[in-house]
Ligand binder design. Structure first.
Ligand SMILES: [Fe+2]
Length: 185
């Protein structure tokens, strides 16, 4: 079994919430696009995105355990060290410092997918095809919109990766529109 098959099997086993599953698919494809942007390993980056919240159904009541439960599972299953390390550091509540480009990208960018979902949901037909980069940037400036999304972390993409908010919005939107059927948006 290759790693991607193994990843989907684990998701089947540990992820019941359909919105969480969609979030994992969104971050998988975003990370694939970001790997292209930074000329890094697409499969490794995609795998990190796909598995980053594997334990969220289990840990949402005890966020300090997120993603340590996932890390334990992935270590046991023999996933690459760089994938596990990026997943381990992505929860900023753990206070770990992202060091590699992969770690920095997962840490700063994954929440942008949730923000784009929120923007799609206020469009007339609730479709990703109606969303524009401009609309994302305008909504980003409204503090009361999608309050749960940590804008401070997303904005760190510029200092950590040299990735401006506008480019991140563009890449995120494109990567999500590509799989809009799977995301149901
Ligand atoms: Fe996430």
């Amino acid at each position: 079994m290759d790693l991607k098959e193994k990843a989907f099997k684990l998701i089947e086993q540990y992820v019941q919430n359909q919105n969480l599953k969609k979030h994992l698919l969104a971050v998988e494809n975003l990370m694939r696009h970001l790997a292209k942007r930074f000329k890094e390993d697409e499969e490794i980056w995609a795998l990190s995105g796909l598995l980053h919240d594997l334990d969220w159904d289990i840990t949402k009541e005890t966020p300090q355990k997120h993603p340590l439960v996932a890390v334990e599972i992935l270590e046991k299953e023999g996933f690459p060290e760089e994938v596990i390390s990026a997943i381990k550091k992505h929860n900023h509540l753990q206070g770990l410092i992202p060091e590699t480009t992969l770690e920095k990208a997962l840490y700063t960018c994954e929440e942008m997918t949730g923000f784009v979902v929120a923007v799609a949901l206020v469009m007339p037909n609730k479709k990703l095809s109606e969303v524009t980069v401009e609309r994302i940037l305008n909504k980003f400036k409204e503090p009361s919109f999608a309050k749960g999304v940590n804008r401070e972390i997303i904005l760190k993409a510029e200092e950590m990766l040299g990735l401006k908010l506008e480019e991140l919005a563009e890449i995120t939107l494109k990567s999500m529109q590509e799989i809009s059927d799977e995301l149901g948006l």
